[in-house]
Design a protein around this ligand. Structure first.
Ligand SMILES: [Zn+2]
Length: 247
């Protein structure tokens, strides 16, 4: 019964779902295939954390890495995420790494939540399908807005994703290399963590799940920002822009 719920117990370790914010901050390491993607995390001995990565067909691999206390009190995070705001959210494992079994049921569901929109199938079939199903909403919507926008005015928009690669919805440029703090927000003094398009004066903030920006370190807090599609979303900004007191 407990195998259908979080946390998932495997070999005596309790695995929890990888937060979406970790995926936003992570990078896809190595080239080639087969690629494996982070799904769940457990605390390991001393300062180590154990990450379960899996291939899209559900075969799981356990990888241990250094962990660090999340300064926001949110538990343990990968040390490189705490320190450099980056960590391997996906990787191509060495040949000698053996799968340790299949994903458990909640892990399989979480894998789809985290990765379904980010993995590009080699034959492009998945992308065509995604465009077809999203066609009336996000993609179609941003193109319509783009027609009427003033190119000198900075706007806040959502990223488009070409497979895993973050892309500008207006000009199609890949913007993965622009990920950093200090991205301007036209309606606020604050600067967001996220991406930007150098051609289009667009800011694409990362997102977080509330005012405390859970999953980000303690120097970041959540700010509600209105995007050009009219939706208001929480985006991570330095705490000094929110309230004034650092947590
Ligand atoms: Zn652009």
């Amino acid at each position: 019964m407990s195998s259908d719920e979080w946390p998932v117990a495997i070999d005596g370790d309790e695995y929890h779902p990888i937060p979406e914010s970790w995926i936003e901050y992570g990078s896809d390491q190595d080239r080639g295939s087969p690629r494996i993607y982070a799904v769940s995390v457990a605390s390991g001995p001393r300062n180590m954390i154990l990450i379960r990565y899996a291939s899209p067909d559900g075969r799981a691999v356990k990888v241990s890495m250094n962990g660090a206390e999340n300064p926001s009190g949110d538990g343990i995070v990968p040390a490189s995420l705490a320190k450099y705001e980056n960590w391997p959210r996906s990787m191509v494992p060495n040949r000698d790494i053996e799968p340790t079994g299949l994903l458990r049921k909640p892990e399989g569901e979480h894998f789809r939540e985290l990765w379904e929109d980010r993995i590009q199938e080699p034959d492009g079939a998945e992308r065509d399908q995604r465009v077809a199903t999203d066609g009336g909403t996000e993609r179609g919507g941003t193109e319509q807005v783009a027609l009427s926008r003033n190119p000198d005015e900075r706007q806040v928009a959502r990223l488009d994703r070409d497979g895993r690669k973050p892309m500008c919805p207006d000009c199609g440029s890949y913007v993965g290399h622009t990920k950093s703090g200090g991205k301007p927000l036209p309606e606020a003094d604050a600067e967001a963590f996220g991406w930007s398009c150098p051609n289009c004066k667009l800011t694409f903030p990362s997102h977080c799940h509330g005012p405390s920006a859970p999953g980000f370190n303690s120097s970041m807090a959540g700010l509600k920002v209105e995007f050009r599609d009219g939706e208001t979303r929480w985006v991570p900004v330095p705490t000094r822009y929110v309230g004034g007191e650092s947590a």
